[in-house]
Design a protein around this ligand. Structure first.
Ligand code: ATP
Ligand code: MG
Length: 466
C-alpha cells in the first residue's frame, strides 16, 4: 500500500520534472453552439473526405491549422484530415487518391485543384534511438491512437480535431481555450520539443506574427538558448519553413520577432549581415512589406523574386568588390552571383528553378541601364522582364538606382511601338553627349555605375535564356 503510494508520488514528480507531452486519454468535446465554427468556411471536399471515411466505418476529422483558423473565423488555406484508417484503407475509397511519403506515408485525396492531405493517427516517438545527439527526431513512422496523434503535434491550438458530421471539436490540450486567449503554447516540455524538432521555434514565431498571438512565457523561454539548434535542420526543410514564413503575409512581423528571439542569425546565412547594414535592411524590409501586401491581396508570390531581394545586397557587395579589383562589370556580376548562390545553397537548399530565376533577375539589372538603340527593345522580349522590372522599381524606391531610370522603363513599357523607337533614339542622341554629364545621381561607384557603352558587350552574354 505504502509502496504503491510512494511509487505514485515518484511518478507524479517524474511527470512534473520531464513534462512529457501528456496524452490526455479522453478529449474535451465541444459542441457547435460553443465553438461557433461557421460551416461555410469549411471546404466541401474536406467534409466529403471525412464523410466518405466515416461511411466506411472509420473515424475521420479535420485537424491542425484548419481547425485553429476556423475557430478564429478565418478561411483556412488548406485542409488536413486525420483518421484511424491506414493509407491502404483510405486510397480505394476515393476516385483520385495517391499514397505519398516514404518514412510516413499519407494520402493525397484530390478534388479538382484541391488536395486534402489525409493521414493516419501517428504514435508518439518510441525513444532515444530515433533521435540525433541533440534530441532531434529522425524517424517517426508508427500509427497510433488519436490521443497520441494529438500529443505529438506542436502547439495546443494546432492539436484540435473537428468532426464536420457531428459538428464537434475534440480538444486534448485546451486548444480552444488558448485560441480564445490568443496564446501560443507548446504541447509538453518546451525544451524537449524544440530539441526534437528545432523548426518548431520558427513555427512559434510564424504563428505568433501571423495570428497576433502572444507566445506563452514557458514556451518562449528556451528559444533564445536553443536558437543554435536550427543549424542541424536539413537545408531543404529550412528552405520550406523560411518560404512559409516569408509568404505568410506577415513577413515583416516575422523578421522582427525572429530578431527579438535571436533566431535570425544563421537562418539565411547572410540575412543577419544584411539586416545589420542600414542600406541592406531598407531594401529587404521594403521588399518584405511589398510581399506582405501582395499575399494579403491574394496575389501570387514568386519565391525566386523574394530570395533575389533578400540576397541582393550581398550580390552588390561582392560585385562592387570585384569591379574595384579591376574585373569587367558583367563577368564580375556573374561571378558574384555564383559565390552568393553557392554560399546559400550549402545552408538553404534553394531549388535550382528558384536560383535560376534569381540569376536572371540579377543579371537583368545592368541591362536596364542601356536605353539606346536596339538593347531596350531586345530586353522587352525577355521572358522574365516583369520580374526584373519589378526588381528595378524596388531598387529605385530605395534610392539604390535612380528613380528616373525606373520611370523611363515604366514609360517605355507602356508606350506604343513608335514611341518606343523614338525613346531609344532620343537616348542614342544623348548618348553621344559627354558621359559624365549623362549620369547624375548614380550609385556611389563601382559595379552599378557602368555606362551604357560598357554594359553593351556583356549584356548580350548575360541574356541567359531570355
Ligand atoms: P498553416 O496555416 O501555416 O498551414 P498549420 O498549423 O496547418 O499552419 P502545417 O505545417 O500545415 O501547419 O502542419 C499541419 C499540422 O501538423 C499542424 O497544425 C500541427 O498539428 C502539425 N505539425 C506540423 N509541423 C509540426 C512540427 N514540426 N511538430 C509537430 N507538429 C507539427
Ligand atoms: Mg496547414
Amino acid at each position: 500500500m505504502i509502496r504503491r503510494l510512494v511509487q505514485r508520488v515518484q511518478d507524479s514528480v517524474q511527470t512534473l520534472l520531464t513534462r512529457k507531452p501528456r496524452s490526455r486519454r479522453t478529449p474535451k468535446r465541444i459542441a457547435a453552439a460553443e465553438h461557433g465554427i461557421d460551416r461555410a468556411l469549411v471546404s466541401k471536399h474536406a467534409i466529403r473526405t471525412c464523410e466518405t471515411l466515416q461511411a466506411a466505418g472509420f473515424r475521420a476529422y479535420i485537424v491542425g491549422g484548419a481547425v485553429r483558423d476556423l475557430l478564429l473565423g478565418i478561411a483556412p488555406k488548406d485542409f488536413d484530415v486525420a483518421t484511424d484508417a491506414t493509407p491502404e484503407q483510405i486510397k480505394p475509397l476515393f476516385r483520385r487518391a495517391i499514397i505519398i511519403g516514404r518514412r510516413f506515408r499519407l494520402v493525397h485525396v484530390m478534388f479538382g485543384n484541391e488536395t486534402i492531405e489525409t493521414s493516419t493517427f501517428r504514435a508518439l516517438g518510441t525513444g532515444e534511438k530515433d533521435t540525433d545527439e541533440h534530441g532531434r527526431v529522425l524517424a517517426d513512422n508508427t500509427f497510433g491512437e488519436q490521443n497520441e496523434d494529438a500529443a505529438r503535434r506542436d502547439f495546443t491550438v494546432n492539436a484540435m480535431y473537428y468532426d464536420p458530421t457531428q459538428q464537434e471539436v475534440l480538444d486534448y490540450h485546451d486548444g480552444v481555450r488558448d485560441v480564445r486567449r490568443r496564446r501560443l503554447r507548446i504541447i509538453g516540455d518546451p525544451e524537449g520539443r524544440y530539441r526534437e524538432d528545432p523548426v518548431r521555434m520558427l513555427r512559434a514565431v510564424r504563428f505568433a506574427a501571423k495570428l497576433g498571438f502572444e507566445i506563452d512565457a514557458e514556451t518562449r523561454e528556451p528559444i533564445g538558448r536553443l536558437a543554435g539548434l536550427i543549424e542541424n535542420v536539413p537545408a531543404a526543410r529550412l528552405f520550406d519553413e523560411m518560404l512559409k514564413l516569408l509568404t505568410s503575409g506577415h513577413a515583416v512581423g516575422c523578421i522582427e520577432r525572429l530578431r527579438a528571439e535571436g533566431l535570425h542569425h544563421g537562418l539565411l546565412p547572410m540575412l543577419d549581415v544584411i539586416l545589420d547594414q542600414p542600406q541592406g535592411e531598407r531594401f529587404v524590409m521594403l521588399a518584405l512589406s511589398r510581399t506582405d501586401e501582395r499575399v494579403r491581396a491574394g496575389k501570387h508570390i514568386a519565391p525566386g523574386f523574394l530570395f533575389a531581394t533578400l540576397l541582393w545586397n550581398e550580390v552588390l557587395k561582392q560585385w562592387d568588390a570585384r569591379v574595384a579589383a579591376g574585373e569587367h562589370r558583367l563577368p564580375a556580376l556573374d561571378l558574384a552571383i555564383d559565390r552568393v548562390l553557392e554560399a546559400q545553397t550549402e545552408k538553404l537548399a534553394i531549388q535550382r528553378r528558384y536560383s535560376s530565376d534569381m540569376r536572371e533577375i540579377w543579371m537583368m539589372q545592368p541591362r536596364f541601364e542601356r536605353r539606346n538603340g536596339q538593347a531596350p527593345l531586345r530586353l522587352l522580349e525577355h521572358l522574365r522582364l516583369r520580374a526584373g522590372y519589378d526588381f528595378l522599381l524596388l531598387r529605385c524606391d530605395c534610392a539604390e538606382a535612380p528613380a528616373e531610370l525606373g520611370q523611363w522603363w515604366t514609360n517605355f513599357m507602356n508606350a506604343d511601338e513608335e514611341t518606343r523607337v523614338r525613346m531609344t533614339q532620343q537616348r542614342t542622341e544623348s548618348a553621344a553627349a559627354p558621359r559624365k554629364r549623362r549620369r547624375g545621381g548614380r550609385r556611389k561607384s563601382g559595379a552599378g555605375a557602368g555606362t551604357d557603352t560598357e554594359a553593351t558587350a556583356g549584356a548580350e552574354g548575360g541574356d541567359a535564356n531570355g
